[in-house]
Design a protein around this ligand. Structure first.
Ligand code: 5AD
Ligand code: SF4
Length: 445
């Protein structure tokens, strides 16, 4: 019988996609996916280190998997950003771990299970070859992530990503378009182009040109992308939102803070006036979302007030807000004494204020849709997403991949609910056959 693996994923879409690639590599080497860790011969934890809490989650998960190992000899591997950040230190802290691999070595998983050890050297940008997705693992699914680039050349002072993901490297556009063609061939109807700084893409054309090439793939209904830096928002990309019908009206453009002085300490390279000038060019009605950090070192009451003022006047569709978490190898951690740490209770109070402000607005915007139809791409029975990327639950008989309209009956902060009113475009029937099963990533908020 084939040996079985279970992949536990934390963090962002990049990690979800990396887990998929590692699952495919294991499947090619004769392993079989299983959906529970208890019976697995290998448990692979794909980790996130964006905030300390994410890192803590790894160590509590490892505590549980250690018991499995002592009971049934389960092999344990650690991949992802904590692996890259901690390297051999991880083995000192958790000696029962069999192997450690960074994000540049996804395809070495089957080999590492056999020999153990550590693979965390970055591959030189020019030599890096992006792992090819196996379209069969997406057969019967409506949506897929497609890697456009990796790494980040920015130096935001709070962010560990440049350290854990290395320098930017873009995937050649022909490879991306070919992969999307193959994905459409197995029933995928929506792709999200992913990269840590996706709009600085440079794989033989600009990011705006990449979107137009992807939009030309026959049968593809929807395109999204994430995540973007405001300074790489080109007028050509803005034009895509007006001119490319399959580019969905949703844009995640993290601002991080509403005060120029904080943005400067964060080394974000723009002022609020510049950010506002740029978003003013976007089409009306686009669902603009953002990230905010509260309690960044040195944040004064006045700076927080500026942040709140900015958020009040900016009609974000949704906001992901976090308390600042000091990260190793970052610019801010070196300055934290000089700038001054914000006491945790103060940071939390500020976060609550920001969240309350946005929650009221998000709820209002969702409720405005009650009584109207929204277009939904069905991902599972009774579940899909609107054009704005809102979660929609509905009653109806549509299958995954169908594009339907749903009459909204109620709305909460997390989802719309309603009934299916029409099928706009029916998906070709697909036999569901997946080689690698990877559970959805756990959020590290
Ligand atoms: N502390 C808190 N939040 C952070 N983020 C990144 N680094 C940190 C940190 N050290 C947030 C940013 C980023 C999002 C993915 O996570 O807002 O956009
Ligand atoms: Fe981190 Fe994003 Fe800044 Fe890159 S652009 S350093 S990923 S916050």
């Amino acid at each position: 019988m084939a040996r079985s693996f279970y992949i536990h994923t934390f963090g962002c879409q990049m990690n979800e996609s990396d887990s998929q690639r590692m699952g495919e590599a294991l499947a090619r080497a004769g392993w079989a996916a299983t959906d529970a860790p208890d019976g697995a011969d290998l448990v692979l934890v794909n980790t996130c280190s964006i905030r300390e809490k994410a890192e803590d989650k790894l160590f509590s998960a490892l505590g549980r998997y250690r018991l499995l190992k002592s009971r049934r000899g389960t092999k344990i591997g650690v991949a992802g950003c904590v692996a890259q950040q901690e390297k051999s230190r991880l083995l000192q802290r958790a000696p029962f771990v069999d192997f450690v691999l960074g994000p540049d070595h996804l395809e070495k998983v089957p080999d590492l299970v056999e020999r153990g050890g550590i693979e965390t050297d970055f591959v030189d940008t020019h030599e890096y070859v992006f792992p090819q997705a196996d379209p069969e693992t997406s057969r019967g699914r409506a949506t897929a992530f497609v890697t456009a680039m990796k790494g980040c050349d920015n130096v935001c002072s709070f962010c560990v990503v440049p350290y854990t993901r290395g320098r930017e490297a873009s995937r050649p556009y022909a490879e991306i378009v070919r992969e999307i063609n193959d994905l459409v061939g197995v029933g995928v109807r929506e792709v999200t182009l992913i990269g840590q700084n996706v709009n600085s893409y440079a794989g033989g054309c600009t990011f705006a040109e990449l979107i137009r090439r992807v939009a030309a793939v026959p049968g593809l209904l929807r395109i999204r992308f994430t995540t973007s830096h405001p300074m790489d928002l080109s007028p050509e990309l803005v034009r895509c939102f007006y001119e490319v019908p399959s580019l969905m009206p949703h844009f995640h453009l993290p601002v991080q803070h509403g005060a120029d002085t904080v943005l400067e300490r964060m080394r974000r390279k723009y002022t609020i006036a510049e950010y506002e000038r740029r978003i003013a060019e976007l089409p009306a009605g686009i669902a603009l979302t953002s990230d905010i950090i509260c309690g960044f070192p040195g944040e004064t009451d006045e700076e927080h007030a500026k942040n709140v003022e900015f958020l009040r006047r900016t009609p974000y569709d949704n906001l992901f807000s976090f308390v600042y978490s000091p990260r190793p190898h970052t610019g801010a951690i070196l300055k934290i004494e000089e700038w001054g740490e914000v006491p945790r209770d103060v940071a939390l109070k500020r976060l609550e204020e920001v969240q309350a402000l946005q929650m009221a607005r998000t709820l209002r915007r969702r409720r405005e849709r009650i009584g109207f139809d929204v277009e939904v791409l069905v991902e599972d029975a009774g579940f899909g997403r609107s054009r704005e990327n809102w979660t929609v639950h509905f009653e109806g008989d549509a299958n995954p991949g169908d594009l339907v309209t749903v009459r909204v009956q109620s709305a909460s902060l997390v989802a719309l609910r309603g009934v299916q009113t029409a099928v706009v475009d029916r998906a070709a029937p697909q036999t569901r056959r997946r080689l690698a099963v990877v559970n959805a990533a756990e959020c590290c908020g």
